[in-house]
Design a protein around this ligand. Structure first.
Ligand SMILES: [Mg+2]
Length: 272
């Protein structure tokens, strides 16, 4: 089998690639692999739909786990969402993500309200979301035409105990039935966050490899934007059966058991 193409830059998903899940235990071999990329001259940016950590805490947790990550290497849905809302001048928010992030939003200059008149209803993951919280969004969306913003639209995620929980995508589907406009989605698989990451890493799409454990939500967009794609089986999926849900033209270029095997992948899909 031929060696895979060399890319000058990597865009890297965090959960399922660098760390197993929200417990932030490194995927076997990922520490050495990631920390060795700099010596190989590979530029790298982490692209994360994470909405449970501030960007600062996310970088700190990765550093604590042993990854040589600098703050400017992270493009997260939370920070991208804040930047987008700021650019629209939407500063008064009903935040339905995790409570502990309220302080972070305020620090970025936003005003948080309990419902009613606001500029946007913003969704991130929230394992403690209650029916009462959901009801608070109704007047904002129905009576005040608040923008519905989902930091990502994943239907489920794995919590700190590794259990499956409903994600913003699930709630967003319900809210959209009453919102004036369809939800604005910030994170993967929407192109916005990929464009931001390409800008940050400073490479053209064709010189960039996107590495993720989710071929459906993460890699299809990257491939359609012209990037190389690598599907690692160290996270959400332990085999490639999921590819049966995709058109063959959306299949990743490389499939490998874990990032550390990327130079020697199990399968290079476009190799024949
Ligand atoms: Mg992932």
């Amino acid at each position: 089998m031929a060696r895979p193409k060399k890319y000058e830059s990597y865009l890297i998903d965090i959960e399922g690639v660098l760390v197993r899940d929200k417990r932030y235990e490194p995927v076997p071999g990922s520490l050495e692999w990631f920390n060795g990329l700099q010596a190989q001259g590979v530029r790298r940016v982490l692209v994360s739909n994470n909405t449970s950590h501030t960007p600062e805490a996310l970088v700190a947790d990765l550093v604590w786990a042993g990854f040589a990550v600098e703050p400017e290497m992270l493009v997260s849905a939370l920070a991208a969402g804040a930047a987008l809302l700021e650019s629209w001048g939407k500063k008064k928010l009903l935040w339905l993500g995790m409570d502990h992030l309220a302080r972070w939003w305020r620090k970025q200059g936003f005003t948080l309200v309990d419902g009613g008149d606001c500029d946007a209803v913003v969704l991130g993951i929230n394992p403690d979301l209650t029916i009462a919280d959901i009801d608070r969004a109704l007047p904002s969306l129905v009576d005040h035409d608040a923008e519905l913003v989902a930091l990502h639209r994943n239907f489920f995620y794995l919590d700190g105990k590794g259990e499956r929980r409903f994600g913003p995508g699930f709630y967003c589907g319900g809210f959209e039935t009453v919102a004036r406009n369809p939800a604005v989605v910030v994170g993967k698989p929407r192109e916005r966050i990929y464009r931001e990451a390409l800008k940050r890493v400073g490479s053209r799409p064709e010189d960039t490899l996107f590495i993720s454990d989710d071929p459906v939500s993460d890699l299809v967009t990257a491939r359609r934007m012209g990037m190389g794609t690598a599907f690692v089986l160290s996270g959400k999926y332990s085999d490639h059966e999921i590819l049966g849900r995709l058109d063959q033209e959306d299949w990743p270029d490389i499939i490998t058991d874990r990032p550390a095997s990327l130079e020697n992948p199990d399968r290079i899909v476009g190799d024949n």
